[in-house]
Design a binder for this molecule. Structure first.
Ligand SMILES: [Zn+2]
Length: 217
């Protein structure tokens, strides 16, 4: 997998601090699952966060704190997550963290048609934003839009191009509200992406504003 587009450092720091929404966290974990570059960066972000915590929270430890930690390490709670078995591969295009939410291969999901050639599956995770899969037929585009908050997009299959470049499987687009774009599915197969937002999108064209109530983006 030749990943060219990565997560911003700001996003990695918030992820490492455990402060992203469930959907955004899922997307970040799904990218990191396949991106050695961001795996290193998130470990650095965790180290920075740990150092900040040491600076900011001078707490008195109980006299038996070390014994408590050692006792914890001997129980299941102390078993590192890496030792839990990874789920069986559903579909080579679905990263392991996402597989736990989908439970079916991409082609067998209950896709709902938004407009001809554009289908979606809402993961219904709740919260202020949305987490969905979007499936766009070759040559089609999502209406031009900007964002009220942040939007993370992870390409699972196919590719798209927009004002920022070309995004292929494994790439992530980490956008804030300064960016307005119109992605076009540009390969011979459907472009399937996981998209997580922390606020509703803002469509700029008349067409986008007209369809927004219907497609719920
Ligand atoms: Zn990356």
């Amino acid at each position: 997998m030749n990943i060219r587009h990565h997560l911003d450092d700001a996003t990695l720091l918030v992820y490492a601090a455990g402060s992203l929404s469930e959907g955004m966290s899922l997307l970040v974990a799904s990218h990191i699952d396949r991106c050695a570059h961001c795996q290193v960066r998130v470990r650095q972000a965790e180290a920075v966060g740990g150092a900040l915590l040491e600076e900011l929270t001078p707490v008195a430890l109980a006299p038996d704190a070390l014994d408590q930690v050692l006792a914890l390490l001997e129980t299941d709670a102390g078993v590192p997550q890496a030792r839990t078995p990874r789920p069986a591969v559903l579909d080579a295009d679905i990263p392991a963290p996402l597989a736990q939410y989908l439970k079916k291969p991409l082609d067998e999901l209950d896709w709902r048609t938004l407009v001809p050639g554009v289908r979606q599956l809402d993961l219904r995770l709740g919260g202020p934003g949305a987490t969905r899969l979007l499936r766009i037929a070759p040559g089609l585009s999502v209406p031009h839009h900007s964002h009220r908050g942040n939007e993370l997009t992870l390409i699972l299959r196919g590719s798209y191009s927009d004002e920022l470049g070309r995004f292929q499987a494994g790439d992530v687009a980490d956008l804030d509200e300064q960016i307005s774009h119109q992605p076009i599915s540009d390969s011979g197969e459907d472009c399937i992406c996981l998209i997580a937002t922390d606020a509703p999108l803002r469509f700029s064209g008349l067409m986008g504003r007209l369809v927004q109530p219907f497609i719920g983006l």
